[in-house]
Design a protein around this ligand. Structure first.
Ligand code: MG
Length: 165
Protein backbone atom coordinates (compact mmCIF):
# COMPACT_ATOMS: atom_id res chain seq x y z
CA UNK A 1 0.00 0.00 0.00
CA UNK A 2 1.39 3.39 -0.90
CA UNK A 3 1.86 6.30 1.46
CA UNK A 4 -1.13 8.29 0.20
CA UNK A 5 -3.51 5.38 0.84
CA UNK A 6 -1.92 4.59 4.19
CA UNK A 7 -2.34 8.21 5.33
CA UNK A 8 -5.93 8.41 4.10
CA UNK A 9 -6.82 5.14 5.85
CA UNK A 10 -5.27 6.40 9.09
CA UNK A 11 -7.35 9.57 8.78
CA UNK A 12 -10.43 7.37 8.36
CA UNK A 13 -9.58 5.38 11.49
CA UNK A 14 -9.40 8.65 13.41
CA UNK A 15 -12.69 9.84 11.89
CA UNK A 16 -14.48 6.65 12.97
CA UNK A 17 -13.03 6.99 16.47
CA UNK A 18 -14.15 10.62 16.53
CA UNK A 19 -17.65 9.44 15.62
CA UNK A 20 -17.53 6.86 18.44
CA UNK A 21 -16.42 9.63 20.81
CA UNK A 22 -19.27 11.94 19.72
CA UNK A 23 -21.92 9.23 20.01
CA UNK A 24 -20.72 8.36 23.49
CA UNK A 25 -21.18 12.02 24.50
CA UNK A 26 -24.67 11.90 22.99
CA UNK A 27 -25.43 8.71 24.94
CA UNK A 28 -24.40 10.47 28.15
CA UNK A 29 -26.62 13.44 27.33
CA UNK A 30 -29.61 11.18 26.69
CA UNK A 31 -28.96 9.33 29.92
CA UNK A 32 -28.79 12.52 31.96
CA UNK A 33 -31.90 14.06 30.37
CA UNK A 34 -34.21 11.10 30.94
CA UNK A 35 -34.06 9.13 27.69
CA UNK A 36 -32.54 5.78 28.65
CA UNK A 37 -33.64 4.09 25.42
CA UNK A 38 -31.93 6.66 23.25
CA UNK A 39 -28.88 6.43 25.51
CA UNK A 40 -28.76 2.67 24.89
CA UNK A 41 -29.14 3.22 21.17
CA UNK A 42 -26.32 5.79 21.08
CA UNK A 43 -24.10 3.56 23.17
CA UNK A 44 -24.54 0.79 20.59
CA UNK A 45 -23.90 3.31 17.81
CA UNK A 46 -20.68 4.40 19.50
CA UNK A 47 -19.52 0.79 19.83
CA UNK A 48 -20.32 0.23 16.16
CA UNK A 49 -18.10 3.17 15.17
CA UNK A 50 -15.27 1.70 17.20
CA UNK A 51 -15.75 -1.52 15.21
CA UNK A 52 -15.55 0.51 11.99
CA UNK A 53 -12.27 2.04 13.15
CA UNK A 54 -10.96 -1.44 13.95
CA UNK A 55 -11.93 -2.75 10.50
CA UNK A 56 -9.71 -0.09 8.91
CA UNK A 57 -7.05 -0.61 11.56
CA UNK A 58 -6.85 -4.35 10.83
CA UNK A 59 -6.85 -3.70 7.10
CA UNK A 60 -3.88 -1.32 7.34
CA UNK A 61 -1.96 -3.88 9.41
CA UNK A 62 -2.88 -6.76 7.09
CA UNK A 63 -1.41 -4.80 4.20
CA UNK A 64 1.80 -4.04 6.02
CA UNK A 65 0.87 -0.42 6.46
CA UNK A 66 1.53 1.62 9.54
CA UNK A 67 -1.28 2.57 11.91
CA UNK A 68 -0.97 6.13 13.16
CA UNK A 69 -3.85 7.42 15.24
CA UNK A 70 -4.73 11.10 15.17
CA UNK A 71 -6.05 13.13 18.08
CA UNK A 72 -9.74 13.49 18.86
CA UNK A 73 -11.73 16.66 19.47
CA UNK A 74 -13.86 17.07 22.57
CA UNK A 75 -17.43 16.40 21.45
CA UNK A 76 -19.05 18.69 24.01
CA UNK A 77 -21.78 17.68 26.43
CA UNK A 78 -24.69 20.02 25.76
CA UNK A 79 -27.43 19.68 23.17
CA UNK A 80 -30.54 21.76 22.58
CA UNK A 81 -32.99 18.94 22.06
CA UNK A 82 -33.43 15.29 21.18
CA UNK A 83 -33.88 16.30 17.55
CA UNK A 84 -30.69 18.38 17.62
CA UNK A 85 -28.74 15.32 18.72
CA UNK A 86 -29.99 13.15 15.86
CA UNK A 87 -29.46 16.01 13.41
CA UNK A 88 -25.84 16.23 14.57
CA UNK A 89 -25.59 12.46 14.14
CA UNK A 90 -26.93 12.60 10.59
CA UNK A 91 -24.54 15.43 9.69
CA UNK A 92 -21.67 13.38 11.10
CA UNK A 93 -22.67 10.35 9.01
CA UNK A 94 -22.91 12.53 5.88
CA UNK A 95 -19.33 13.71 6.53
CA UNK A 96 -18.22 10.10 6.94
CA UNK A 97 -19.93 9.16 3.67
CA UNK A 98 -18.09 11.96 1.86
CA UNK A 99 -14.83 10.76 3.37
CA UNK A 100 -15.43 7.14 2.32
CA UNK A 101 -16.25 8.36 -1.20
CA UNK A 102 -12.96 10.29 -1.26
CA UNK A 103 -11.12 7.18 -0.12
CA UNK A 104 -12.74 5.21 -2.92
CA UNK A 105 -11.70 7.86 -5.47
CA UNK A 106 -8.15 7.81 -4.10
CA UNK A 107 -8.00 4.01 -4.27
CA UNK A 108 -9.07 4.20 -7.92
CA UNK A 109 -6.56 6.94 -8.73
CA UNK A 110 -3.75 5.01 -7.01
CA UNK A 111 -4.90 1.72 -8.57
CA UNK A 112 -5.09 0.31 -5.04
CA UNK A 113 -7.70 -2.26 -6.02
CA UNK A 114 -7.16 -4.34 -2.87
CA UNK A 115 -8.92 -1.59 -0.91
CA UNK A 116 -12.08 -1.68 -2.99
CA UNK A 117 -13.92 -4.63 -1.36
CA UNK A 118 -13.48 -3.02 2.06
CA UNK A 119 -14.60 0.37 0.75
CA UNK A 120 -17.59 -1.23 -0.99
CA UNK A 121 -18.66 -2.60 2.38
CA UNK A 122 -18.41 0.88 3.89
CA UNK A 123 -20.32 2.51 1.02
CA UNK A 124 -23.22 0.13 1.68
CA UNK A 125 -22.90 0.66 5.42
CA UNK A 126 -23.12 4.45 5.01
CA UNK A 127 -26.39 4.13 3.09
CA UNK A 128 -27.78 2.29 6.11
CA UNK A 129 -26.32 4.75 8.64
CA UNK A 130 -27.79 7.80 6.92
CA UNK A 131 -31.11 6.05 6.40
CA UNK A 132 -31.32 5.06 10.08
CA UNK A 133 -30.71 8.61 11.32
CA UNK A 134 -33.15 10.02 8.74
CA UNK A 135 -35.81 7.55 9.87
CA UNK A 136 -35.45 8.56 13.50
CA UNK A 137 -35.62 12.24 12.51
CA UNK A 138 -38.82 11.52 10.54
CA UNK A 139 -40.28 9.81 13.62
CA UNK A 140 -39.33 12.79 15.79
CA UNK A 141 -40.92 15.18 13.32
CA UNK A 142 -44.09 13.15 13.43
CA UNK A 143 -43.97 13.04 17.24
CA UNK A 144 -43.75 16.84 17.36
CA UNK A 145 -44.36 18.08 20.91
CA UNK A 146 -46.09 14.91 22.05
CA UNK A 147 -44.22 13.70 25.14
CA UNK A 148 -46.06 10.41 24.81
CA UNK A 149 -44.82 9.84 21.26
CA UNK A 150 -41.24 10.79 22.17
CA UNK A 151 -41.29 8.42 25.14
CA UNK A 152 -42.66 5.69 22.91
CA UNK A 153 -39.76 6.29 20.50
CA UNK A 154 -37.35 6.17 23.44
CA UNK A 155 -38.73 2.76 24.41
CA UNK A 156 -38.52 1.58 20.82
CA UNK A 157 -34.88 2.66 20.43
CA UNK A 158 -34.04 0.84 23.67
CA UNK A 159 -34.61 -2.37 21.76
CA UNK A 160 -31.32 -1.96 19.92
CA UNK A 161 -29.51 -4.79 21.57
CA UNK A 162 -26.35 -6.46 20.43
CA UNK A 163 -23.86 -4.23 18.70
CA UNK A 164 -23.97 -4.55 14.93
CA UNK A 165 -20.80 -4.80 12.91
MG1 MG B 1 -18.76 4.57 10.82
Amino acid sequence: MNQAMNTALNDQITMELQAAHSYLAMAAWFDSTGFPGMATWMHAQSAEETQHALKFYQFVLDRDGRVELGSLDAPGSGFESVTAVFEAGLAQEQDVTASINNLYALAMAEKDFASLPLLDWFITEQIEEESTFSQILDDLKLAGDSAQAILFLDRELAARGAVAQ
